[in-house]
Ligand binder design. Structure first.
Ligand SMILES: NC(=O)c1ccc[n+]([C@@H]2O[C@H](COP(=O)([O-])OP(=O)(O)OC[C@H]3O[C@@H](n4cnc5c(N)ncnc54)[C@H](O)[C@@H]3O)[C@@H](O)[C@H]2O)c1
Length: 263
């Protein structure tokens, strides 16, 4: 009887920064995998989130929208509560929201620019991990926590010092949380993309620099022939990490970069 009940629970995934780019693609993929998805972004992106939710529902999936600024603890707490109330629980947290900031050397970065990147990319991930973990521990059925790192969280690149520091921090949080949450059957992993074609990496100057992604590639000192990928390559990995069968993978930061940085 208990196994019949367990089999009928529809797992719920919350994806932050899901109005566009990698987060949107992950949400679409998890919905097509059969999870009920909760789509988060900042309040000004509500219409975009509603569009993504509508697309998912048209394709037969289930989606709700929950706006929050992940750098604010009250917001993250309220977001988690709302997801649990409206979607019935929380099984997969994808702490995807992140910002890059302007390309410039560290000696030109203001303290305010640094703080903003750390607030979203580090505090936002920490708060997302924290409140997801509290809920998953309470539920007692394990879970999956997945964060957005970067290949810049493995190696420093020029002109993105604060971003690089923030993504090294995501790896650190992921390692610690994985060890802490193992006893609750909650895995904690991160994806570390190379250059993925989203608005984070698309600039007007691309047309003169050599095509989509070329300005970002040039700005961080990579060669022009550097491979670039589509968000689907990340969504595919997240889809696997979110599955019950991935229970033996935890504490890992997996680089997906088309071979820029073999490990
Ligand atoms: N695109 C890449 O090449 C690449 C490479 C490595 C890592 N990443 C990481 O992947 C993640 C997704 O990146 P993307 O390329 O889709 O970027 P994107 O800019 O297209 O999307 C990021 C989303 O996060 C949202 N966001 C920003 N601040 C937020 C906040 N405080 N609260 C809630 N949402 C917020 C934005 O509104 C946006 O919708 C980021 O963490 C990024 O650092 C991207």
């Amino acid at each position: 009887m208990a196994s019949t009940v367990a089999a009928t629970i529809k797992r719920v995934a919350l994806i932050t920064g899901a109005s566009q780019g990698i987060g949107k693609c992950i949400a679409q993929r998890l919905a097509s995998d059969g999870l009920r998805v909760a789509l988060n972004d900042i309040a000004t992106k509500r219409d975009q989130l509603q569009d993504v939710a509508a697309q998912i529902r048209t394709s037969g999936g289930e989606a709700i929208v929950v706006t929050a600024d992940v750098s604010r603890e009250d917001d993250v707490k309220a977001m988690t509560t709302q997801v649990v109330q409206e979607a019935g629980g929380l099984d997969v947290m994808v702490a995807n929201a992140g910002i890059l900031g302007p390309f410039k050397p560290l000696h030109e970065v203001s303290a305010e620019e640094f703080d903003q990147i750390i607030a979203v990319n580090v505090r936002g991930v920490m708060l997302s991990y924290k409140h997801a973990a509290q809920q998953m521990i309470k539920q007692g059925r394990g879970g999956r926590i997945i964060g957005a790192a970067s290949m810049a969280g493995r190696q420093g690149f020029p002109n993105i010092g604060p971003y690089t520091a923030s993504k090294f921090a995501v790896r650190g949080l992921t390692h610690s949380a994985a060890k802490e949450l193992m006893q609750h059957k909650i895995t904690v992993n991160a994806y570390a993309p190379g250059i993925i074609l989203t608005s984070m990496n698309l600039y007007e100057e691309d047309s003169v620099n050599g095509g989509p992604g070329s300005t970002a590639v040039k700005s961080i000192g990579l060669p022009p022939q550097t491979p670039v990928g589509e968000p689907e390559v990340i969504a595919s990995l997240v889809s696997y990490l979110a599955k019950p069968e991935a229970h033996f993978i935890t504490g890992q930061t997996i680089t997906i970069c088309g071979g820029i940085m073999p490990s």
